[in-house]
Design a protein around this ligand. Structure first.
Ligand code: A3P
Length: 287
C-alpha cells in the first residue's frame, strides 16, 4: 500500500496536505483581498504563533477575556493559506486578525499596496527546530521526523513544512523597518511581556491601561494558556495530535535546544547559520 501524501509541494515548499491544498494556497496568494485594517500574525512554524493568537485579540478587546475563553484560536485568528481560510476570512468584519506562515514574497498580491499591519515573531531557530521535532512526533498528519540528527539536516536544507527557516526569516528581515511591520522575538516576549505589550498597543493603535496590560500578560502566560481549552488544541482528536506523547504547549522556554543538540550538532548548525545569515546584521539571543 502506498504511503498517504502528507505534504503538497507548491512554490518549491512543503505544505502539510492535511490542511493545505494547491487551491487554498493559490487563493491566498492570488485572490485574497487584504484590507488596510487587517492585522497579520506572521511566523515560521513553532516560533510563537499560538502565543500571539492569544495576545492580539486581547489587545483589541482591551483585556476582556471573552474572545480567548470562547473562540478556538484557529477561528479567532484563522490561517490564511489553509483550506478553511477563505470561508473563515473572506466576509469577516474588520478588523480581521489573520495568521500566516507565508514568507514575504508569497504574501497575497493585494498586501503589498495595503496598509495592513504585520506582527512578525521570530524565535531562536534551534528552539524552533526542537519544538518542531516534538510536534512532528505527536502530529500524525506530519511526516515522521526521523532521528533528531536526521531532522536537523532536513531543517537546515529546508525540507520541512514552510521551507527553509533562513529563507523565511531573511524575507521578512529585509523589510522589518517598514512602518507597518513590528518585528518581535519569542525571547523578548518571555523576558519582558509588559514591555512587548506596550509596543504592540502603540503599533496597533490601541492604548492599553495598566490593568489591561496586567490581565493580558497574565492570560498569555504559558501556564495559563496550557489550561485554556480554546488555545491548547485539546479539542483536536488524539488520532491527529497525540498530546500524551507531547503537549502542543510543550515547554514554552528559551534554550531547550541545549538539552537536545550535541556539541558537534551545535557546531554544524552554527556554521550553516553563519554562512546563510552572512551580511545580515542579525544575531540571536543564545541563552
Ligand atoms: P515548545 O515546543 O518549545 O514548548 P507555534 O504556536 O508557532 O506552533 O509555536 C509553538 C511553541 O510556542 C511551543 O514551543 C509552545 O510551547 C510555545 N508557546 C506557546 N504559547 C506560549 C506561551 N504562552 N509562552 C511561551 N511559549 C509558548
Amino acid at each position: 500500500m502506498s504511503e498517504p501524501q502528507l505534504n503538497i509541494v507548491y512554490e518549491g515548499m512543503l505544505w502539510p496536505a492535511h490542511v493545505h491544498s494547491e487551491e487554498s494556497v493559490r487563493y491566498a496568494r492570488e485572490e485574497f483581498q487584504v484590507r488596510d485594517d487587517d492585522v497579520f500574525i506572521v511566523t515560521y512554524p513553532k516560533s510563537g504563533t499560538t502565543w500571539m493568537q492569544e495576545i492580539v485579540p486581547l489587545i483589541f478587546s482591551n483585556g476582556d477575556l471573552t474572545p480567548v475563553q470562547t473562540i478556538p484560536n484557529w477561528q479567532r485568528v484563522p490561517w490564511l493559506e489553509q483550506t478553511s481560510g477563505k470561508t473563515l476570512l473572506e466576509n469577516r468584519p474588520s478588523p480581521r486578525f489573520i495568521t500566516t506562515h507565508l514568507p514575504y514574497h508569497l504574501m497575497p498580491k493585494s498586501f503589498y499596496t495595503s496598509k495592513a499591519k504585520i506582527v512578525y515573531v521570530v524565535r531562536n531557530p534551534k528552539d524552533a527546530l526542537v519544538s518542531s521535532f516534538h510536534y512532528h512526533n505527536m502530529a500524525t498528519f506530519l511526516e515522521n521526523p526521523g532521528t533528531f540528527e536526521e531532522f536537523i539536516h532536513k531543517f537546515l536544507e529546508g525540507k520541512v513544512m514552510f521551507g527553509s527557516w533562513f529563507d523565511h526569516i531573511k524575507s521578512w528581515l529585509l523589510v522589518k523597518d517598514q512602518d507597518n511591520i513590528l518585528f518581535l522575538t519569542y525571547e523578548e516576549m518571555l523576558q519582558d511581556m509588559r514591555g512587548v505589550l506596550v509596543r504592540l498597543g502603540e503599533f496597533l493603535g490601541k492604548q492599553l491601561g495598566d490593568d489591561a496590560i496586567e490581565t493580558i500578560a497574565n492570560q498569555s502566560k504559558f501556564s495559563n494558556m496550557k489550561q485554556n481549552k480554546m488555545s491548547n488544541y485539546s479539542f483536536v482528536p488524539k488520532e491527529l495530535m497525540d498530546q500524551k506523547k507531547t503537549n502542543f504547549l510543550r515547554k514554552g522556554i528559551a534554550g531547550d535546544w541545549k538539552t537536545h543538540f550535541t556539541t558537534a550538532q551545535t557546531e554544524h548548525f552554527n556554521s550553516v547559520y553563519a554562512q546563510r545569515m552572512k551580511g545580515l546584521n542579525f544575531t540571536f539571543y543564545e541563552d
